[in-house]
Design a protein around this ligand. Structure first.
Ligand code: PA5
Length: 358
């Protein structure tokens, strides 16, 4: 459950209460389910529907990646997750675009929406406000509202559930939002154990960072979104560099780097029941790292269905990244360099003009 002692211990540093926010994921998921389940949207689902594309950046992208891990090998309908500034050319009127931007002011997502509107691609926006909400009526797309006042990455439970509710609206047989509600209860039942894993992991990462090592997070489908989440959460919360590497692809190129001395340490996300083709690769890598003196760890999700496993990994990693920040003495919430970049761009690019291009 919520560890109030830990929250009090770091209250002096965690000024915007990021730790408490992550502890409240089970409640946030439940709140999100009550807000979004049974969602009705004012737009025509294309017939035939050739695919769904979810676009967003950073904290507003990760929900799309999560859904890909969840559905890609189960759904026949193509599901694209894009973190980019332009719309792939194959997306036409027979696709649905879901554009996610927590602030509603992200240039890349606004440009994608503008392109989609020009091409007549049916679009739904998920946002807490900003220009994307302001222009929705004029440009003719419905908006699913996110609650205001959160850091985009902390809005993950709401973004994920808004996306599942949109999927359920478009393909009513999916019932994904009900599974999110069940996953929230699963998280409640497992959160004590997951906190122990996160505490241990954050300490191990801190000790390695303090010896000037850099982390590489490895993983394979269907856990890539969780690995990427750990990378981006350490970047934004703890303000450290981290690299993310996909298996088995990195067995075909990046693995050569271990022939040179390095200052890396590794964390690999592994399935509870790993098929032999992946287990053999892992055995090889673990032996390689041992021989070369590379510190390594493995993390496995709590045992459950795929959605529950992914949620458990997100919970461990979000907590571990916040704890890593607090243990190294930084406030997890501010992302000063990202804010400076956004200000720099704001002076040079008028997004209202981009919206007028239509
Ligand atoms: O976590 C963050 O603050 C960032 O990764 C943002 O999510 C990213 O810059 C995109 O902004 P927004 O989520 O408002 O579209």
């Amino acid at each position: 459950m919520i560890d109030n002692d830990l929250i009090s211990k770091y209250a002096y540093l965690d000024k915007s209460a990021m730790l408490a926010r992550v502890f409240s994921y089970p409640n946030d998921l439940k709140d999100a389910v009550s807000r979004y389940s049974g969602l009705k949207l004012q737009f025509e689902v294309p017939k035939p529907l050739k695919g769904i594309t979810i676009a967003g950046m950073g904290g507003s992208f990760i929900g799309a990646f999560f859904l890909q891990d969840l559905l890609q090998d189960k759904w026949e309908l193509p599901l694209f997750a894009i973190k980019d500034i332009c719309l792939p050319a194959f997306i036409d009127r027979h696709h649905l675009l879901v554009a996610v931007s927590y602030s509603g002011n992200t240039e890349e997502t606004i440009r994608i929406i503008v392109e989609a509107c020009k091409k007549g691609v049916p679009t739904v926006a998920v946002t807490s406000g900003g220009l994307i909400a302001e222009h929705a009526e004029k440009l003719g797309y419905p908006v699913v509202k996110l609650p205001p006042g959160l850091a985009p990455r902390a809005a993950f439970p709401y973004i994920l559930t808004a996306l599942t509710a949109i999927m359920d609206y478009v393909i009513p047989s999916t019932n994904l939002t009900q599974s999110v509600a069940e996953a929230a209860s699963f998280l409640e039942r497992h959160c004590d154990n997951l906190l122990h894993i996160a505490l241990d992991l954050s300490e191990w990462m801190l000790q390695n960072y303090l010896t000037n090592r850099l982390l590489v997070v490895y993983g394979y489908r269907p856990y890539l979104s969780a690995c990427y989440r750990l990378k981006t959460q350490i970047n934004e919360n703890a303000k450290f560099h981290v690299f993310f590497s996909e298996l088995p692809e990195s067995n075909h190129n990046e693995i050569m780097g271990w022939e040179a001395p390095s200052n890396l340490f590794t964390l690999t996300v592994r399935a509870n029941e790993e098929p032999p083709h992946l287990r053999y690769r892992m055995e090889f890598l673990l032996k390689l790292w041992s021989e070369r003196g590379v510190p390594f760890r493995e993390v496995r999700p709590a045992k459950g269905n795929r959605l529950e496993e992914l949620i458990s990994l997100f919970y461990i990693f979000d907590l571990a990244s916040v704890l890593l920040a607090l243990k190294r003495g930084v406030d997890p919430t501010p992302v000063e360099t990202i804010s400076q970049l956004k200000k720099y761009l704001d002076i040079r690019i008028n997004l209202r003009d981009v919206l007028k291009l239509l």
